[in-house]
Design a protein around this ligand. Structure first.
Ligand code: ADP
Length: 289
């Protein structure tokens, strides 16, 4: 599996609540941890047993880049690094006492990932993409994968409109409610909205309510696992990485959704992005009940 996308150093501070515009909130100590949607999803796929997970990413020549490379390698992800003259991407994250988060991203090196950086796809079964790198690059990668017979999963995050040229090359699309609304509006039931996506498998994640999928006309609802959530950072990324790993291992959509939900639930029980992503053994324990 190849994950192509973003990597950010997350600058995280916990605070009683997320500041409103113009407000200053005193928080706890700063922690700097590896994150970014692409890197989080690569780590989640590798921890979920995704065989031979490789990640294509762009990093600056700086301390944040070194933290990110080490984190990928510790998780067993093979990193293909495009070295950029720009600073490694950064995310400024506030986490509230109610486990909500607010995030500002400085893309830096991530904005320099280009269509020509895509490696040869021989031997790759799945390509996993998100929208924190330039949309023209993501579109080119999806089209190259489609042409090479590689399955494409797209997590349409952060929320933005997606060109038809990209959507038509996607096999599995994962969105949260806000991201889905940008693509297909918010009229009708969740299933109506999913049915407007021109993809074989469309999935919407609903936070603590769970997730819902439309797989070739069949509706699947997967409730969230009941856990004590303390930090939802990377819940969606863990869901995507674990889902990709399960589908790549041949799981049926409902089984892939179940293990992705278990992995994502566990990710909310620990602080941080990549640090909070559970191993396959942790997920198996939760699934066994
Ligand atoms: P995003 O962070 O991308 O907005 P969601 O908040 O929808 O994504 O979360 C993704 C998935 O993580 C959900 O579908 C659910 O399976 C799981 N999840 C999120 N929050 C919780 C929670 N409080 N308890 C259990 N599972 C959760």
């Amino acid at each position: 599996m190849l994950v192509a996308g973003s990597a950010n150093a997350d600058f995280v501070v916990r605070a009683a609540h997320i500041p409103a515009p113009g407000e200053t909130v005193m928080g706890g100590d700063l922690s700097i941890v590896p994150g970014g949607k692409g890197a989080n999803q690569a780590v989640a796929a590798a921890r979920a047993g995704g065989c031979c997970t490789t990640m294509l990413l762009a990093l600056g020549d700086d301390a944040s880049g070194a933290i990110l490379e080490r984190s990928l390698s510790d998780a067993g992800v093979e990193a293909r690094v495009v070295r950029s003259a720009r600073a490694t991407g950064a995310a400024l994250i506030t986490v509230s006492d109610t486990a909500e988060n607010a995030i500002t991203v400085a893309p830096g090196a991530n904005a320099t990932l280009l269509p020509e950086h895509l490696p040869d796809l021989a031997g790759i079964d799945w390509l996993v993409l998100q929208l924190e790198t330039p949309i023209a690059t993501v579109t080119a990668y999806a089209q190259a994968a489609r042409a090479a017979g590689v399955k494409v999963m797209l997590n349409v995050a952060p929320a933005q409109a997606v060109p038809d040229a990209l959507l038509s090359a996607v096999d599995v699309l994962v969105a949260n409610e806000e991201e889905l609304a940008v693509l297909v509006g918010s009229d009708g039931s969740i299933l109506d909205r999913l049915s407007r996506l021109p993809v074989p498998l469309g999935i919407v994640t609903l936070g603590a309510r769970g997730s819902c999928a439309l797989a070739g006309g069949d509706a699947i609802f997967q409730p969230a696992f009941l856990v004590q959530a303390i930090d939802t950072t990377a819940a969606g990324d863990t869901f995507c990485g674990a889902l990709a790993a399960a589908l790549a291992q041949g799981a049926a959509p409902e089984d892939a959704l179940r293990s992705a939900s278990a992995a994502a639930a566990l990710a909310t029980t620990a602080a941080g992005a990549q640090a909070s992503i559970p191993t396959q053994a942790d997920v198996a324990r939760l699934l066994a009940g």
